[in-house]
Write a protein that binds this ligand. Structure first.
Ligand code: 13P
Length: 253
C-alpha cells in the first residue's frame, strides 16, 4: 500500500550543464519505473532539471529550505523560491547539514513546518553515528530526532511527508547497513511515528533507507517490509547506476 520512492541526492555536484546531461540520460532509463522517482539537486540546478524533467515521471527536489518566508536570511532559499523554479520535494535535516552546518532537531522542525505549509514535500532525514550505534544508542537517537522533527506538527499536515533513515556511518563509506539493520531501525522509526500520530498514518507514511545504497544491494534492502525506498547519494550521480537502483525489481532498462 506504500508506493516505493527512490530519490537521488546529488549533494554539491553538477553544474547546470552537467545536471542537464544527467537528467536527460536518466529520463528514458526510468520511464517505466514502478517506484516514484525523485532527484534532489543543488539549488542552482533545480530550474534546469525541472525543465528537462517536465512531463516525465521524475519529480525534482532541493536539499534544504529556509524556515522563514523571506527577509534578512543571507544565504538561505525560501520555499516560494523553490516552488518558483519547479521543486516538489525538499530534503531536510540531512546528516551533512547537521554535522557541518549546525542543523539541529529544532531547525529541522522549523524547516519542515515551512516546507509543508508551502506545499513542498519534505524528506526528513534521521540517523545515528557509528559511536552511537556501537554504544547501543541507535533507538534513542532516532527516536529523539523523529520527535524533534515533528514537534508541534499536526497530523493533518503530514500527508506528503517522507522520512529517510540514514545511518551516518553508512553514508559515502561503501559500508551499507545490512538489510536486517535497515529493516530493524526503519520499523522502529515507524513505531515512534505511530506513537505520535497513530498506526493508520504510520502505515501510510513512507520511510526510506539511505547510505551506500547501490544496484548491488537495492533489491535486498527493498525486500524488507518496512523499507519503502532509498535516498541515494553517490550512485545517483550516474544515470545507469541510479536507474538500476530505481528498477531494482529487474525491469528492463
Ligand atoms: P551515499 O549513497 O553516497 O552513501 O549517500 C547517501 C546519502 O547521504 C543520501 O542522502
Amino acid at each position: 500500500m506504500r508506493r516505493p520512492i527512490i530519490a537521488g541526492n546529488w549533494k554539491m555536484n553538477n553544474t547546470r550543464t552537467d545536471a542537464k546531461a544527467l537528467i536527460t540520460a536518466l529520463v528514458p532509463l526510468v520511464a517505466d519505473a514502478e517506484p516514484e522517482v525523485v532527484v534532489c539537486v543543488p539549488f542552482t540546478a533545480v530550474e534546469t532539471v525541472a525543465a528537462a524533467a517536465k512531463g516525465t515521471n521524475i519529480a525534482v527536489g532541493a536539499q534544504n529550505v529556509a524556515w522563514a518566508d523571506k527577509g534578512a536570511f543571507t544565504g538561505e532559499i525560501s520555499a516560494a523560491m523553490l516552488k518558483d523554479v519547479g521543486a516538489e520535494y525538499v530534503i531536510i535535516g540531512h546528516s551533512e547539514r547537521r554535522q557541518y552546518f549546525g542543523e539541529t532537531d529544532a531547525t529541522v522542525n522549523l524547516r519542515a513546518v515551512q516546507a509543508i505549509k508551502n506545499g513542498l514535500k519534505p524528506i526528513i532525514c534521521v540517523g545515528e553515528t557509528l559511536d552511537e550505534r556501537e554504544d547501543g544508542e541507535t533507538e534513542r537517537v532516532v527516536s529523539s530526532q523523529v520527535r524533534g522533527a515533528f514537534e508541534g506538527i499536526a497530523e493533518g499536515m503530514l500527508a506528503n511527508v517522507v522520512i529517510a533513515y540514514e545511518p551516518v556511518w553508512a553514508i559515502g563509506t561503501g559500508k551499507t547497513a545490512t538489510a536486517e539493520q535497515a529493516q530493524e531501525t526503519v520499523a522502529y522509526i515507524r513505531k515512534v511515528f505511530a506513537s505520535l500520530y497513530g498506526a493508520a498514518l504510520a502505515q501510510k507514511t513512507r520511510v526510506q533507507y539511505g547510505g551506500s545504497m547501490n544496484p548491488a544491494n537495492a533489491a535486498e534492502l527493498m525486500s524488507k517490509p518496512d523499507v519503502d525506498g532509498g535516498l541515494i547519494g553517490g550512485a545517483s550521480l550516474r544515470a545507469e547506476e541510479f536507474a538500476k537502483v530505481v528498477n531494482y525489481k529487474g525491469a528492463a532498462i
